[in-house]
Design a protein around this ligand. Structure first.
Ligand SMILES: [Zn+2]
Length: 393
């Protein structure tokens, strides 16, 4: 080992939850410590900023994509698109092309998708992930990320570009490790999330994808062992996945109140969460009553939102949150019109929502939740770098 540099090798597998991992032998000879990791309420757009900043959603200001804000909505020009017939406007490919054109025209560097947001509603909403939060200055709340810190410390880092396919991300890392360049690796693998959404947790597609990961990660470790001394190998996720057992058409229930969207109230329907803003007197009471008659979920009160770190001071993401029970999918929603087999974004206390932390380093103080990962990365980078071996930051 002497003379060879150390390596911190972090692998982020989107949606590989604790429940999925706990009974499997996935890389068990390498990953000797495995434990559940508490997630945060929201989707990857919430979890990932928490992972790289150590901050709660209310601090970093990332939650779900759309916030009611007609004054600052950049989408006024898209109003004309609401004239498109539904058969064209709701086609996934069409929306994908329009999303790309909008992102380019507006200079968005973050992940931008219109999803199934109705074009007629768009001018009422602002998009909250305009910048790539992995790049400097990308966090809405202005906090530095672990990548800012690594850059400041001058630690050579390899980070996956999330726009690339898994295959090319793995190949790019193999190249870089083969040259012995990085000292801190952050490999992001996003493919399993899509497989779980499409097929559910019990599918053979999931087994096949995990086998692919196992094979590729073993190869990468083999390459790394030729060039590095101590390799500290860590694997974690942002959230788990819950099998969908029912759908809930909350939109129809709210529309049946005869309140007018954009006049009396506004709502954003995410996959597992409905968020409301009240624009006219009495709207809050009417909507609250309608929600009380819906058995598939419940209103999160202010105390609970504070405990979850989702008490946004400006109420930008909603004045009232209605969260669905685990396994129920909001359908239709602004994120999708067709049912999926798996979903995440349920209450963080739901067992299948829990994320995962696993490591080859038996000596680590294992993080308990996503908010601990930022400090964990720093400690690890310090251990592996020559300048302060063994001294925690
Ligand atoms: Zn997902």
């Amino acid at each position: 080992m002497s003379g060879r540099p150390g390596l911190v090798f972090c692998v982020f597998v989107d949606a590989l939850g604790w429940e999925l991992m706990r009974r499997r032998t996935f890389l068990e000879d390498e990953l000797v410590v495995r434990r559940p990791l508490d997630t945060v309420l929201g989707y990857s757009s919430t979890c990932d900023p928490t992972i790289i900043t150590g901050r709660l959603p209310r601090e970093h200001g990332h939650f779900t994509f759309y916030a009611y804000d007609p004054q600052h909505s950049p989408f006024g020009a898209l109003r004309a698109l609401s004239a498109l017939p539904a058969s064209i406007a709701n086609r996934g490919r069409v929306r994908h092309l329009i999303s790309r054109a909008v992102a380019r025209a507006y200079g968005y560097t973050g992940y931008f998708q219109l999803y199934s947001m109705p074009f007629s509603r768009l001018p009422l909403f602002d998009y909250t992930e305009k910048r790539d939060f992995y790049e400097p200055g990308g966090i809405n709340g202005g906090q530095p990320t672990i990548f800012d810190w690594l850059r400041q410390q001058g630690i050579p880092t390899h980070r996956t570009n999330w726009r690339r396919s898994e295959r090319s991300a793995i190949d790019a890392l193999a190249d870089d490790l083969g040259q012995g360049r990085p000292r801190f690796v952050y490999l992001y693998l996003a493919g399993l999330d899509g497989v779980l959404h499409a097929h559910g947790t019990g599918s053979t597609h999931v087994e096949a994808h995990l086998a692919f990961y196992e094979r590729e990660l073993r190869n990468l470790l083999q390459v790394a062992r030729r060039h590095y001394g101590e390799i500290r190998f860590h694997l974690f996720s942002d959230h788990g996945m819950t099998d969908v057992v029912a759908t809930c058409d909350l939109m129809s229930r709210i529309e049946a109140t005869r309140l007018r969207f954009g006049v009396d109230y506004a709502a954003a329907y995410d996959s597992t969460l409905a968020r409301f803003w009240f624009l006219a007197p009495g709207a809050r009471e009417t909507i609250t009553e309608a929600l009380q008659r819906e058995p598939a979920g419940r209103v999160l009160d202010d105390r609970e939102l504070a405990m979850l770190g989702c008490d946004f001071p400006d109420r930008r993401f909603g004045e009232l949150f209605f969260l669905l029970n685990p396994g129920v999918l909001l359908c239709p929603s602004f994120l999708g019109l067709t049912p999926l087999k798996g979903m995440h974004g349920y209450h963080p206390s739901e067992p299948t929502a829990r994320a995962l932390f696993a490591t080859s380093a038996a000596d680590v103080v294992a993080p308990r939740g996503l908010t601990d990962l930022y400090a964990f990365f720093k400690r690890e980078a310090d251990i592996a770098s020559d300048r302060s071996a063994g001294v925690a930051a």
